[in-house]
Design a binder for this molecule. Structure first.
Ligand code: DX5
Ligand code: ZN
Length: 219
């Protein structure tokens, strides 16, 4: 599995979003992480399909949509149409997770499944060979700029072991509180897709992205 950087635009400056995406792309970030919040599954509200379709194709980055919304099955087709390449849903938010995964695949999009920090990783067991990506939240979803929860490292190790035992080389993404200082240990634990919002968009975006990429490439 390739190590990939996924800048979370939740921390971007929306009046110059396009320019900022170009900077992350030029510096090597292959994904754009797109955090959708509904004010119900998480307390905050962010952005949705119109913003996604606006940035689709502006760079060649993969659009990684993280849906922090209740019953995301209702919006799978719309996010696929807007241009999502990966749609990640929360296990806790789905009445019928299998039907939700099937709908994402039927729309021709990769399916990710995510869990909040208090949900045991064993909850993934029935879906190990179903998802294209597993997202382990390393903060409570809802806001950028929170501190990484250290127990997340053990959860990533456990999940990687569960996948290895089944001979699966599925991507593990980690989201929340990732900075230059701790990204190496997150990679070492067995994850390969690193989301970072504050660590990229606060300060010098090009320098921040390049420094992340150096660590990702040397791992
Ligand atoms: C949190 C979001 C994250 C967030 C990460 O609910 O899912 O993607 O933007 O932000 P940082 O890197 O600032 O913790
Ligand atoms: Zn996210």
């Amino acid at each position: 599995m390739k190590n990939v950087l996924a800048p979370s635009i939740l921390s971007a400056d929306f009046k110059v979003l396009g320019e900022q995406l170009k900077v992350t792309e030029a510096a090597g970030a292959e994904y754009i992480h797109f955090d959708v919040m509904d004010g119900i599954f998480v307390p905050s509200i962010s952005f949705g399909m119109p913003v996604l379709s606006c940035i689709k194709g502006y760079t060649s980055q993969i659009l990684d949509a993280h849906l922090m919304i209740t019953e995301p099955i209702r919006y799978v087709e719309e996010f696929a149409k807007a241009g999502a390449d990966i749609i990640t849903v929360h296990l806790e938010a789905c009445e019928d997770l299998q039907a939700t995964i099937d709908k994402i695949h039927a729309a021709g999009v990769k399916a990710g499944i995510s869990i909040k920090p208090k949900t045991p990783v064993e909850a993934f067991v029935p879906y190990l060979d179903q998802a294209d990506m597993f997202l382990v939240m390393s903060v409570e979803p809802g806001f950028g700029g929170q501190a990484f929860i250290p127990e997340s490292l053990d959860r990533i190790r456990e999940l990687r072991k569960m996948l290895d035992e089944k001979g699966l080389k599925t991507d593990i993404e980690v989201d929340g509180g990732i900075y230059h200082a701790n990204v190496a240990e997150v990679l070492d634990a067995g994850a390969n897709i690193m989301v970072s919002g504050s660590g990229i968009f606060k300060g010098d975006i090009r320098k921040n992205t390049e420094e992340f990429m150096e660590i990702l490439k040397s791992h």
